[in-house]
Design a protein around this ligand. Structure first.
Ligand SMILES: C[S@@+](CC[C@H](N)C(=O)[O-])C[C@H]1O[C@@H](n2cnc3c(N)ncnc32)[C@H](O)[C@@H]1O
Length: 209
């Protein structure tokens, strides 16, 4: 990270940008939510870390940046909310230096379309049912769920969008749950068997060609 120019898109509360800046990066975070950006700025101040935060849409932000200036573009769990991801990937490729790194995580596409019900994984929709998907963000007992929507794509869709935008995929990670189940039982009561059956997350590492 030292001396690298890093952009985080969909940075939320800025925790990752702040961690990168702490490691020596010149880091900027962008998020659509003004509340998240206010939180990120306050957190950076509290931690004594210099990182820049911008409120705005990542697509427009990318298109407003100069070409070939970033070493790393990073994103965690944000791309499933983007309808025109091809445009975001093209914008990302444009602002990266040749050989620059593009790393991002997502809810795993298989996790998007499954739930745990009656002791087994049940598909709520086809794995191939691309497009807008409505669902409720479950905050746990006693809190009203929040209606949300996101855009479902298959793993092959992500790979092909990256290749078409000018990236080479170097690594794909599907983190496996820990062998010790007790922590997961406490964290995801009633859901833990699901995460031992279907991957929760997928992480992509790609490089600008
Ligand atoms: C699930 S949160 C993840 C936040 C953060 N990366 C984290 O891991 O904690 C998804 C974030 O994407 C942001 N987001 C959604 N659409 C966006 C867009 N078009 N441009 C910028 N940010 C967006 C949301 O405001 C939200 O903060």
């Amino acid at each position: 990270m030292k001396g690298k120019r890093v952009l985080e898109i969909g940075c939320g509360g800025g925790q990752c940008s702040i961690a990168f800046a702490r490691e020596g990066a010149d880091c900027t975070g962008v998020d659509l939510s003004d509340e998240q950006i206010a939180f990120a700025r306050a957190l950076a101040d509290r931690e004594g870390i210099r990182a820049a935060f911008h409120q705005g849409d990542m697509t427009r932000f990318l298109e407003g940046q100069p070409e070939g200036v970033c070493d790393i573009v990073f994103s965690a769990f944000a791309f499933q909310y983007i309808e025109d991801l091809a445009r975001v990937f093209r914008g990302t490729r444009r602002i990266l230096k040749p050989g620059g790194l593009f790393v991002f995580s997502l809810d795993h596409p298989l996790c998007d379309v499954t739930v745990w019900e009656d002791g087994r994984v049940v598909f709520t929709d086809s794995y191939f049912a691309r497009g807008r998907m409505a669902w409720d963000w479950d905050h746990g007992p006693g809190i009203e769920p929040t209606p949300c929507y996101s855009f479902h794509r298959t793993t092959a869709d992500f790979l092909n969008l990256l290749v078409e935008a000018g990236f080479t995929v170097e690594r794909l990670i599907e983190p496996e749950p820990p062998t010790r189940k007790d922590a997961w039982v406490a964290r995801y009561p009633g859901q833990e068997p699901r995460y031992y059956t279907v991957p929760a997350t997928i992480i992509w590492k790609a490089r600008a060609r």
